[in-house]
Design a protein around this ligand. Structure first.
Ligand code: PEP
Ligand code: MG
Length: 566
């Protein structure tokens, strides 16, 4: 078995066809007629541009806009004077066009490879693809044609480039396997757009397989193996079920999120950056239930300014066009490190200087974040959420700061929503036990089951040795959640959930029974969550909750929920 990165969901099984690139070796010749060689390169570039534009158009029609833009990006990159001038000036030194192209592209590849930014790193594939195609034109070699592969083909390549994918007939391709690439590489984006299962980044897989081998690949887990006939049949069945479910889920786009007896809930998304809004809208999320702002603070050398933060929050608010946007203030510490904040090393970081505890001591930094949030409230339904609350004083202090900021903004004549809600994450047992009191002063609750499970079970959520204890199915955690929701209901405070458990198909009926108002899930889980909600009546969910309430162990709860699953 091989292990790669599962980059496009689904179960693929089929016969290997390796994509063998044309031999692009060339000999270095000393150029005599410089003008003619430069013209040869310029003609090749023109030919490249024409071909790539045509491919982009084909891609737009067959795959999608985003994928066509990748190829249009190639036209822009290839015509960038930094590239072509570099090549022309090397030719002027007597170097042949092929070598000049090779060297100049190498420089770009080195620069892009050296960055820490994953997206910039992925540009290496673009430059390699441009270089390969330009070389083919210069050497008069044919493009690889994978448009005619037979049904049930697993394509195996070093990398799957946008230009290779253009002609792909997705009905015939059972899977894609590559030696390089990651979840954000173009090959992954393309495989997902084509809805073909893909596993990437298995070094030298192409040399370990030969044409005609039968292999199975799991696009969820990244596992690849030679299947037995039984495994092959099982994979084909799983893929069929997966596709049927997926088709069914597409029908839920634009539909309300309701239980089988018509009780409507809110189904929103967790995001980490403004760019994630795209997926929220694509998957029909009804807003944002958790914007983890720590990602704006990570990968930088200093605290983002109020303006930088304002721009990010405003962008999210505007793009969601009046839908709710819950933005959580900085949740640093624990397992989330931000080096420039110089937080002390602690023996028990999860029990230490974390989240709101840091923010209330670093008031200047927090003031800037709160100001950016209050200002952004003029551009949409922005709501502020305070993480890791363990006592009501923390919420009171934040609300007092927000009130001060409102006065400042009044004086400065800056617009904002005077009723901007300030709510809390309920993720500590202390907040859970005081939920009735907190509910009177918090505008809303969002239950952070990831941390609530950790703190209720007293088990570090990242420690493998005690991982068996870390389960939201544990009756203690479930009782805690039931208590939080009923306390919120009694006070008339809206209550949501933004931990992973909000999207757990087994647990959703319990949340229905407890009366959860809002589910905040990863964008890719929106439609599945909507589908599960639609399968349960409140009465059925209540019956299951009563049964579960009488159980003593995690295993018993898990068995009961799994058995009841629809
Ligand atoms: C949680 O604790 O459930 C939560 C959503 O927050 P995070 O995972 O960011 O700690
Ligand atoms: Mg948390």
């Amino acid at each position: 078995m091989w292990q790669g990165i599962g980059a496009s969901d689904g179960y693929g099984v089929g016969t290997v066809i390796k994509i063998v690139e044309a031999d692009l070796s060339f000999s270095d010749t000393q150029v005599e007629d410089i003008k003619a060689e430069q013209t040869r390169f310029q003609l090749a570039l023109e030919c490249f541009t024409t071909k790539t534009k045509a491919m982009a158009e084909q891609m737009r029609q067959r795959v999608g806009e985003k994928e066509a833009e990748i190829l249009e990006g190639h036209v822009i990159m290839a015509s960038d004077p930094a590239l072509s001038d570099g090549i022309l000036s090397q030719i002027a030194d007597g170097i042949c066009a092929e070598r000049a192209l090779w060297n100049t592209c190498d420089l770009f590849i080195q620069v892009f490879s050296a960055t820490d930014d994953e997206l910039t790193k992925q540009r290496v594939t673009d430059v390699e693809d441009i270089r390969t195609r330009l070389l083919k034109i210069l050497l008069d070699k044919e493009d690889v044609d994978i448009s005619n592969v037979p049904k049930g083909t697993v394509l195996v390549a070093r990398d799957l480039t946008p230009s290779m994918t253009v002609g792909i007939c997705k009905e015939n391709v059972a899977g894609i396997l590559t030696e390089v690439g990651g979840k954000t590489s173009h090959s992954a984006i393309l495989a997902r757009a084509l809805e073909v299962p893909a596993v990437l980044s298995i070094p030298e897989i192409a040399s370990q397989l030969k044409d005609g081998d039968v292999i199975a690949l799991d696009g969820f887990t990244g596992e690849v193996f030679a299947p037995s006939p039984e495994q092959k049949a099982e994979f084909l069945k799983k893929q069929e079920a997966f596709l049927t479910e997926k088709e069914g889920l597409k029908n839920l786009v634009g539909k309300p999120s309701v239980t089988a007896d018509g009780k409507q809930v809110e189904l929103v998304c967790n995001i980490g950056a403004p760019k994630d809004v795209k997926a929220v809208l694509e998957q029909d999320g009804e807003g944002v239930g958790l914007f983890r702002t720590e990602f704006l603070f990570m990968g930088k050398t200093s605290v983002p300014t109020e303006e930088e933060q304002f721009a990010a929050y405003k962008e999210v608010a505007e793009r969601l066009q009046g839908k709710p946007v819950i933005i959580r203030t900085l949740d640093v510490g624990g397992d989330k490190e931000i080096p420039y904040l110089n937080l002390p090393k602690e023996d028990n970081p999860f029990l230490g200087y974390r989240a709101i505890r840091v923010c209330l001591q670093q008031k200047e930094m927090y003031h800037a974040q709160l100001r950016a949030l209050v200002r952004a409230s003029a551009f949409g339904d922005v709501r502020i959420m305070v993480p890791m609350v363990a006592s009501i004083e923390e919420l009171r202090q934040v609300k007092a700061m927000v009130e001060e900021i409102k006065l400042e903004l009044d004086q400065e004549g800056i617009a904002y929503n005077k009723d901007i809600p300030v709510g809390i994450m309920v993720e500590t047992p202390a907040a859970a036990m005081m939920a009735d009191v907190l509910a009177k002063e918090a505008a809303f609750f969002s239950i952070g089951t990831n941390d609530l499970t950790q703190y209720t079970m007293t088990v570090d959520r990242g420690n493998a040795q005690v991982a068996y204890l870390y389960s939201t199915y544990n009756p203690a955690v479930l009782r805690m959640i039931a208590h939080i929701i009923s306390s919120a209901k009694q006070a008339g405070t809206p209550v949501g959930m933004c931990g992973e458990a909000a999207a757990d198909p087994n647990l959703i009926p319990l949340w229905i029974a407890y009366g959860l108002d809002e589910y905040s899930v990863g964008a890719t889980s929106v439609l599945r969550t909507r589908s599960i909600l639609s399968k349960w009546t409140t009465e059925e969910a209540n019956a299951l909750a009563v049964k579960v309430a009488g159980l003593a162990t995690t295993a018993e709860v898990e068995a009961a929920l799994t058995e009841a699953r629809k």
